[in-house]
Design a protein around this ligand. Structure first.
Ligand code: ZN
Length: 557
């Protein structure tokens, strides 16, 4: 399968259906829900079913393409699925991970938006296609292809008060006018589009007709339209988001999650709405440590949304997936912004959002030069005259954004996928895992047996995943249940015991005790005395929501 490719909805279904036929023991393909336009949203559950049910194993969650045009994530998610399936039995690490863990993958959260983004008449929508907040187009400029050439470019209009001029370095490019500059020929730049109710003078930027942003619709500090546009009428109002939430809250085995977006080559972590000081300190250390591994593996920088990725220094975004996952469920969740055109063109360590406000114009030239060598023809279009139905003579040109800025040219998406996959394996390795450390049965006096059970958590993460998960009581403590036949009597110990939580190695990020920390707090012990005839069979169930469940049968000697 060629992963230098963007998958249509039909191609996606064909691929995952073929996997279900080839690897029935490793993958189940289920419908997570339905989109607004009744397209199925698929979820892949990847684990070795022979070694236990998915829900009895700790899990990593992966989703992609919640934003309509960010189709890169779908290719990456499908590549990850295929790499896991083909790696089983061929690669020791992948085999071990699929024997002990599960990967839930939703390659396309938003099939309606993707269908529109990849369709014959391209159109920019942020997320869903449901008209929102109004069922009619608002007065002003609506982005669309006006000359039916299958691209959405920019329009430039001469205007003495415009903020742009033709570049002094390359006449195809536009350059920002400096604050003290007068007396030249200047332009306004607008998105290619049509004007609703135009009076001949006043051009307003209309609120998008399909104005939902699914990544503002999660129940975390959700805000209505007047405070944040696109959030939807109420939290989880959209069927795509409700489907995700329903599944996730019913699968408490999820510890770690990634959601793939574009672009910037950055690994983002919560919070979006508040400073790192507001996060539990140990969780912050864990977030930074996992993120640092992500940086080492992928080369993507690792930052907090609040501190380094705000669009306006005094405004925050709310209702995002990663914030909801961490804040409500205590699941360590990252938003991966795949791909970055300026980085690819050799512009290093740019300030993500600040760069858009101001950067040396020479960098625009550098990016265009890179695109001419590496992107498809037509990535950048030199300005040409066109007759706009309302504005008359305009010029169209500039970036054809879909396969330059928003997604890589198809020939380059495969390399992003390859870069991401080892990070998925690393996350799999960090999951909490319960093991039986010791199980001893000792014969006491006639007919009595002592059972000594020690279990431990062999993972980096604790059985409660994060301090936030513990604080929210999102995770039940580890429980041990003993199944006794009728001819057995419990002399001491309990049939159902609450063992509390077991730590993972992540607590060692706290160095305040300098090695004096409890070295066995990842371990728990229980003892029972049982009276039963020799040959009696008992079952011990070790139950953990996040670290997996075990079932052990004992035959009394
Ligand atoms: Zn996005």
């Amino acid at each position: 399968m060629d992963f230098n490719h963007y998958f249509s909805n039909d191609e996606l279904i064909a691929l995952i259906t073929s996997w279900a036929e080839i690897f029935p023991q490793l993958i189940t393909v289920n419908k997570l829900g339905e989109s607004y336009e009744k397209r199925p949203i698929w979820i892949l559950t990847i684990t070795n079913q022979a070694s236990g049910m998915a829900q009895d194993k700790p899990a990593v969650w992966i989703d992609a393409n919640i934003h309509a045009t960010e189709i890169s994530g779908t290719t990456v998610a499908l590549f990850i699925a295929q790499s896991l399936l083909h790696g089983y039995g061929n690669d020791l690490q992948i085999t071990r991970l699929l024997d002990t863990s599960v990967f839930y993958i939703v390659p396309r959260v938003n099939p309606d938006g993707a269908a529109l983004a990849m369709g014959p008449k391209p159109c920019y929508v942020r997320s869903g296609v449901r008209p929102y907040p109004w069922d009619e187009k608002e007065e002003g400029l609506h982005v669309e292809d006006i000359d039916n050439d299958g691209r959405i470019l920019q329009m430039r209009l001469p205007d003495q008060n415009g903020d742009w001029k033709i570049s002094s370095l390359d006449t195809r490019l536009m350059e920002k006018r400096s604050p003290d500059e007068n007396g030249g020929t200047y332009y306004r730049l607008l998105s290619e589009g049509l004007l609703e109710d135009f009076d001949g003078y006043v051009i307003r930027e209309a609120r998008p007709f399909q104005g939902l942003d699914f990544n503002r619709n999660f129940p975390f500090e959700w805000r209505p339209e007047g405070e944040q546009s696109g959030s939807g009428p109420y939290p989880a109002s959209e069927p795509e988001i409700r489907a995700l939430i329903d599944f996730i809250v019913n699968h408490p085995n999820i510890n770690l999650a990634l959601t793939y977006h574009t672009f910037s080559k950055v690994i983002l972590r919560p919070y979006s709405t508040k400073s790192d000081d507001a996060m539990d300190t140990n969780d912050l250390w864990v977030y930074k440590r996992i993120g640092a591994r992500g940086t080492e593996i992928t080369g993507y920088r690792n930052v907090s949304v609040f501190h380094d990725f705000k669009y306006h220094p005094k405004e925050v975004t709310t209702g995002a997936f990663d914030d909801w996952m961490y804040d409500t469920l205590g699941v360590f969740t990252f938003t991966i912004e795949l791909w970055d055109l300026p980085t690819e063109a050799g512009i290093k360590d740019r300030k993500f959002i600040e760069w858009w406000r101001d950067h040396p114009h020479s960098e625009d030239v550098q990016i265009l030069k890179w695109a001419e060598e590496h992107a498809d023809p037509g990535a950048y279009v030199d300005w040409y005259e066109s007759i706009h139905p309302q504005l008359g003579k305009v010029e169209l040109g500039g970036w054809n954004q879909m396969y330059t800025w928003r997604n890589p040219p198809p020939a380059l998406i495969g390399q992003e996928a390859i870069r991401q996959f080892p990070f998925i394996l690393a996350l799999g390795e960090m999951l909490p895992h319960l093991r039986i450390y010791k199980l001893e049965v000792t014969s006491l006096t006639e007919g009595d047996y002592r059972i000594n059970l020690v279990i431990d958590n062999s993972g980096f993460l604790p059985t409660f995943t994060s301090m936030q998960g513990k604080k929210r009581q999102a995770v039940r403590p580890v429980r041990i249940e003993l199944e006794l036949p009728e001819n057995a009597t419990l002399i001491s110990g309990k049939r159902r015991s609450d063992l509390g939580h077991l730590q993972g190695r992540s607590k060692d990020l706290d160095v305040t005790s300098f090695g004096a920390s409890n070295p066995t707090d990842n371990r728990g012990r229980l003892e029972w005395v049982i009276r039963a005839p020799a040959g009696t069979q008992l079952v011990i169930n070790i139950l953990s929501e996040r670290a997996g469940s075990l079932r052990k049968t004992i035959l009394l000697p």
